[in-house]
Unconditional design. Structure first.
Length: 131
C-alpha cells in the first residue's frame, strides 16, 4: 500500500469540478463504486496518476439526479450504466446510455434500498396497559 492514497467526502457539484481538474492533470479514472443504504447511495470515484490514487465520495439521496462524467472520462459510462441499472442511481446524459440493458437481470435495480416506513415498537407491558 502506498502512502499516496486519499479519500475525501465532497458534495456533488464539487465532485464534477474535481473530476474535470483531475482529467486535465492527466489522471485516469480507475473505478466508480456504488454502495446502497436505506434512502441513499454512497458513490466513490477513484482516479490514479503514477503511484497516486485518490478517492472522492459523494452521498446521493435516492431521488437525486447526478450528471455523467463520461464526457471527459469515456470509460465512466460503463460504471455509470452499472450504477443506474443495479442501484437505481439517476445519472443524466450517460454516453452511451444502455437504458437498463447492460445486464440481463430479472429485477429492476436489485440493490436499491428504499426508505422504509417508520415502525413503532411497543413493549409488551405497554400493550397490556392499553387493553
Amino acid at each position: 500500500m502506498s502512502e499516496n492514497y486519499t479519500i475525501e467526502t465532497v458534495d456533488i457539484p464539487t465532485l464534477y469540478k474535481i473530476m474535470l481538474e483531475k482529467h486535465r492533470a492527466g489522471f485516469r479514472l480507475a473505478q466508480i463504486c456504488a454502495t446502497a443504504f436505506e434512502g441513499y447511495n454512497e458513490i466513490i470515484y477513484s482516479v490514479a496518476y503514477d503511484y497516486t490514487f485518490e478517492n472522492y465520495k459523494i452521498i446521493v439521496p435516492i431521488d437525486t439526479e447526478i450528471i455523467t462524467i463520461s464526457d471527459f472520462f469515456p470509460s465512466a459510462m460503463l460504471f455509470e450504466n452499472e450504477m443506474k441499472e443495479l442501484y437505481g442511481v439517476k445519472v443524466k446524459a450517460i454516453n452511451p446510455d444502455y437504458n437498463n440493458k447492460l445486464y440481463r437481470i430479472a429485477k429492476k435495480a436489485p440493490f436499491k434500498k428504499e426508505v422504509k416506513e417508520a415502525v413503532k415498537v411497543i413493549k409488551k407491558e405497554e400493550e397490556e396497559a392499553a387493553e
